[in-house]
Write a protein that binds this ligand. Structure first.
Ligand code: SF4
Length: 182
């Protein structure tokens, strides 16, 4: 409960006058379209999602990355493209979802890119299978300014965990809780 309050307060703290004005444009144009039936679009994105990489170390059976079944190439986000996008949007952008399919920590510059967005006071969130969160990476994660981390734990024993997280090691994931939160 207190964690949720702090998280919300943290997000609110990133809302500059330009971001609030932009969000108002987006919401008002949405409601205008809804009530009049006429398409209208105002403002710039409030929130964007960027995938750091399509590659993954695990083989989860419902995931295109785990199944190695992408129709697009497996690869890494280009740092220059990311920075250019952030530079163009930072004035009005409040929230960056920095994951989709693929394990973000496999990107060699992932935390540098988090730091780049964070330095522009954009709220950053990611999700990880936590197999690369060594003590050093855990420290770097905290120092990067990342605001939210989702850690996938899908079982309470190695057997139940690996039923979905194929190739994963539950003990590695549980160690991360100690590194990040204790
Ligand atoms: S850990 Fe995540 S990205 Fe990797 S295969 Fe599983 S669901 Fe997909």
């Amino acid at each position: 409960m207190i964690g949720n309050f702090n998280d919300t307060w943290n997000l609110i703290g990133k809302m500059t006058p330009a971001r609030i004005a932009n969000a108002s444009k987006v919401f008002s144009s949405y409601h205008y379209s809804r009530f009049t039936g006429k398409a209208a679009h105002g403002g710039m994105p409030i929130s964007i999602a960027i995938e750091p990489t399509t590659s993954c170390n695990l083989r989860c059976p419902e995931c295109p990355s785990g199944l190695r079944s992408f129709t697009r190439p497996t690869g890494m986000l280009q740092a220059d493209l990311f920075k250019k996008t952030i530079d163009e949007l930072a004035n009005t952008l409040a929230y960056l979802t920095f994951y989709f399919q693929g394990e973000p920590y496999l990107h060699p510059k992932f935390l540098d890119l988090v730091q780049y967005a964070s330095s522009r006071k954009i709220y950053t969130a990611t999700s990880t299978n936590a197999h690369y969160l060594s003590e050093q990476m855990a420290r770097r994660t905290i120092e990067s300014g990342l605001d939210r981390i989702i850690i996938s734990i899908d079982g309470t024993s190695q057997e139940t965990y690996e039923a979905y997280r194929v190739g994963g090691k539950l003990d590695k994931v549980l160690k991360v809780r100690v590194l990040l939160f204790d």
